[in-house]
Design a protein around this ligand. Structure first.
Ligand SMILES: [Zn+2]
Ligand SMILES: [Zn+2]
Length: 341
């Protein structure tokens, strides 16, 4: 079978690799759509990630082979498959820090979604493989994983109706957050420095979007919140300036969700006294859980969240390198890789 193998940040090859062989407790899924995630791009450039590697974890496809011990699936089922599964039993899981669970980090599909087939191990079948309703496409279903990450974050805060939530960075994740927050009857406020992205966000129904290179964002947010400040800030992009700027417009007692990593080598300075005196919480949110995956798939199936308009490119495996370039150059929102033409 074919797979997009990443050898280094500059070298991707479409290699012929062995089609995975399944055990009695496993299933084989033919990948029909796999979205490229920002974290895939980070892994490509991260020297700590061992190469060669086949990435891809936003996967939807067809069950094509079933081990003799698998009960709940049939050949022909359309499914979403997630890569990491927590144990639901350890100290981390008891506290709902599912993505910190040791098992979570050990489980994975093989070899990765940017290939024609994946093997789904036993742990991933029981809770991490979900059947897709016929009313949605593979592409739409592949958004379950990124949407689950957003739901996982929002599960960490106490969001009330009419709360103001600032979303910094309006890529795919920022625009998914916008819809989720609107659905909760809270008020999303977007911040984005790229003028094209500001326009795209506004055209896709995001009313309050500001560009900090052109407007005084703190003043705008203070106006909207009648001088109180934003209840929550979600950082889908993080650096020292962004973090310190949000201290200016968050309300006392508010929470900052760190939803993305930053350059590993650079620390981020922040005034601890400000956090202490103003009771500002900083909340890390990494990945998601199977519980959030099924909620996400339901929201997409029920059309409560529109993901279709976020797909800007559909490319075959052969154009994986081009896809990466489009994302790095901010020319794309969601790129879907389709391993079968
Ligand atoms: Zn992802
Ligand atoms: Zn656990």
């Amino acid at each position: 079978m074919k797979a997009a193998v990443c050898y280094s940040s500059k070298k991707f090859l479409i290699d012929e690799v062995p089609k995975p062989e399944i055990d009695k407790d496993e299933i084989l899924v033919k990948v029909m759509a796999c979205g490229i995630c920002g974290s895939d791009i980070k892994k490509i450039f991260d020297d700590n990630v061992k190469k060669p590697i086949v990435l891809g974890h936003e996967i939807a496809g067809d069950v094509v082979e079933i081990g003799s011990g698998v009960k709940d699936f049939e050949v022909g089922d359309r499914v979403v498959v997630t890569h990491h599964i927590p144990c639901f039993d350890c100290q981390y899981c008891k506290h709902k820090n599912y993505s910190m669970c040791k098992q979570f980090k050990l489980t994975n599909i093989h070899p990765g979604g940017f290939s024609q087939y994946i093997k789904v191990p036993k742990e991933n079948i029981s809770v991490g493989t979900l059947k897709i309703n016929n009313n949605i496409s593979y592409e739409e279903a592949s958004f379950s994983e990124p949407l689950a990450c957003c739901l996982y974050s929002l599960g960490k805060i106490n969001l009330l109706q009419k709360d103001s939530v600032v979303i910094v960075g309006l890529g795919t994740m920022g625009l998914l957050f916008n819809q989720l927050i609107r659905n909760k009857k809270a008020i999303p406020i977007g911040i984005e420095i790229d003028t094209n992205r500001v326009d795209f966000a506004k055209n896709s129904g995001f009313d309050l979007v500001f560009n900090p290179t052109k407007e005084n964002v703190t003043e705008k947010i203070m106006d909207i919140t009648k001088g109180v400040g934003a209840d929550i800030v979600i950082l889908t992009v993080v650096n020292k300036e962004i973090l310190n700027q949000c201290i200016d417009y968050i309300r006392d007692g508010g929470g900052i969700i760190i939803f993305a990593g930053t350059d590993n080598k650079k620390g981020v300075e922040i005034n601890i006294n400000t956090l202490y005196r103003r009771e500002i919480s900083i909340i890390g949110s990494y990945s998601s859980s199977p519980k959030h995956l099924s909620q996400a798939l339901e929201l997409i199936s029920d059309k409560d969240i529109n993901v279709k308009n976020l797909i800007t490119h559909r490319l075959p495996l052969e154009e994986f390198g081009k896809a990466v370039e489009l994302i790095i150059n901010r020319k794309a929102y969601k790129v879907i890789i389709k391993p079968w033409k």
